[in-house]
Design a protein around this ligand. Structure first.
Ligand code: OAD
Length: 230
């Protein structure tokens, strides 16, 4: 039976594809304050600005491609039972060929009804924008299918159960600043190896981490070699 490899990815995973991270210098939250574009209060105060922010993100996503890190993880499915839990709202893991991707913080290419959160639509590349006045079939305004700050993370329990099944865990490109996602590491069973790929220091409250201090593309290559030698 294949070993279960759980990947926890964040914005750094997609940095080499040209998508900005959030907290690095020049990151997205420096240009667009969180409280103006990614909270329920922002949506109530200025929905046009919120929609514009995600319209720009969607158009940006359509112009980028998965990088070697995304492809390397898809490749690992030949040897491992891979499950990706990502904080990213882009679809680059899927476009690289990964089969099992859980999006903790929502998905950029999806929108949903403000009247019924289970009424979710997928946008296509020919019409990636939504505006005030764009409604669901029942006449409610559409909003981005994104988990904003201050909202609950509906898939966190499911993600925790997945992490509990790990034989190996790999964390890639997340500053581990945002909860509850960052808390998923506490569900890793004792004795399960944890690799962390990031070119910068990431402070983790555990001693048993194998750090691979590289960018995602190079780091995934090194991970591949390490796992094949086990
Ligand atoms: P951050 O921007 O907080 O962290 C990005 C991490 O990626 C940092 O640790 C960087 O050192 C690292 N990094 C930068 N370039 C890299 C590269 N080429 N390869 C690998 N790592 C690299 O992003 P997240 O931790 O993903 O939430 O942020 C978590 C959440 O906060 C996001 O999902 C978003 C944000 O606010 C929402 O919008 C709800």
């Amino acid at each position: 039976m294949k070993k279960r490899l759980i990947i926890l990815s964040g914005a750094g995973m997609s940095a080499e594809s040209g998508i900005s991270t959030f907290r690095d210098s020049g990151g997205l939250w420096e240009k667009y304050p969180i409280e103006q574009v990614a909270t329920p209060e922002a949506w109530r105060a200025n929905p046009e600005l919120v929609l514009e922010f995600y319209n720009i993100r969607r158009k940006e996503l359509l112009n980028v491609k998965p990088n070697a890190g995304h492809f390397g993880l898809a490749e690992l499915e030949k040897e491992f039972d891979v499950q990706i839990i990502t904080q990213n709202v882009d679809n680059l893991h899927e476009r690289a060929g990964s089969s099992n991707v859980l999006h903790l913080h929502g998905e950029l290419m999806k929108v949903r009804s403000t009247g019924d959160e289970t009424d979710i639509l997928e946008l296509d590349a020919t019409r990636p924008e939504i505006f005030l006045g764009d409604m669901c079939k029942k006449g409610h305004q559409l909003r981005p299918h994104i988990v904003w700050f201050g909202e609950s993370v509906p898939l966190i329990e499911k993600a925790a159960r997945i992490v509990e099944t790990a034989d190996i865990v790999v964390v890639i490109g997340t500053s581990l600043n945002v909860y509850p996602a960052a808390g998923l590491l506490s569900y890793v069973p004792r004795g399960v190896p944890i690799y962390l790929i990031d070119p910068n220091e990431v402070s983790v409250n555990r001693r048993d981490i194998h750090f691979i201090k590289k960018k995602a593309s190079e780091g995934v290559k090194e991970l591949h070699n390490v796992l094949m030698c086990q």
